[in-house]
Design a protein around this ligand. Sequence first.
Ligand code: A2H
Length: 253
Amino acid sequence: EGVLPQEYTLVKMEVIPQFPPKLRALEGRKVFLAAATLRPETMYGQTNAWVLPDGKYGAFEINDTDVFILSERAALNLAYQKLSRVPEKPSCLAELTGYDLIGLPLKSPLAFNEIIYALPMLSILIDKGTGIVTSVPSDSPDDFMALHDLKTKPVFRAKFGVKDEWVLPFEVIPIINTPEFGDKSAEKICKDYGIQSQNEKEKLAEAKKLIYRGGFYEGTLIVGEYAGMRVQEAKNLIRSKLLELGQAVVYSE
Ligand code: A2H
């Protein structure tokens, strides 16, 4: 972790009932996977959520209605940021692993896909953010390669019990254009760098740096309410709107 606090937007990805047996204790509540992102303006292009299969998660009471599924560490931080039903104390309703979350159907704010699914990603750091990541394969090289791996490797899907229909129908959605990388910048940069899988950490880190600068300073949104606007300007407008509508919360660590 760096010296400066990182401020994330936690996007509330709602778990669509009926809940599976492991989540029975949560029946009747509003349950969300809380995904930490630095790119709220990309939420139009969500194709799935990422969880770490072996990661430990919990379902925590945030207030009288909402339950967030995230790491215990994030729940503790949230409790100190006034986001816990019991002040300064996480209140856990169910202990879960990433395996329990794979395949959950989700409804996520701004996403053009009405329903998306929680899927396994092996490079998730459980001690960063919430341990839950929303996937935008148009603009994130990590997301693009992880989805590509699942799409092209039936054995990998089988290993984690991932059904074809949670993955195969989901295509990259163009949402941001940059002069340098076009409108599927993650795909382009992964091709240019010859990246073969989500395991190529060093190349992916390079790709991420390049694309992040490009997307932020040169990018223009091409979809949604702010189509035509520079990413730089739209970012905070979109973030504020998500917060205002109760579809996201601020989280720093
Ligand atoms: B970003 P930073 Cl479109 N493990 O959101 C691995 N990655 C994590 C994570 C964790 N525990 N928690 C958050 N992240 C990802 C969108 C996005 C992101 C796009 C493009 C780039 C990008 C959609 N995924 O991040 O190390 C989340 O993915 C590139 C920097 O705190 C989050 O934002 O700077 C970002 O990493 C936070 O990374």
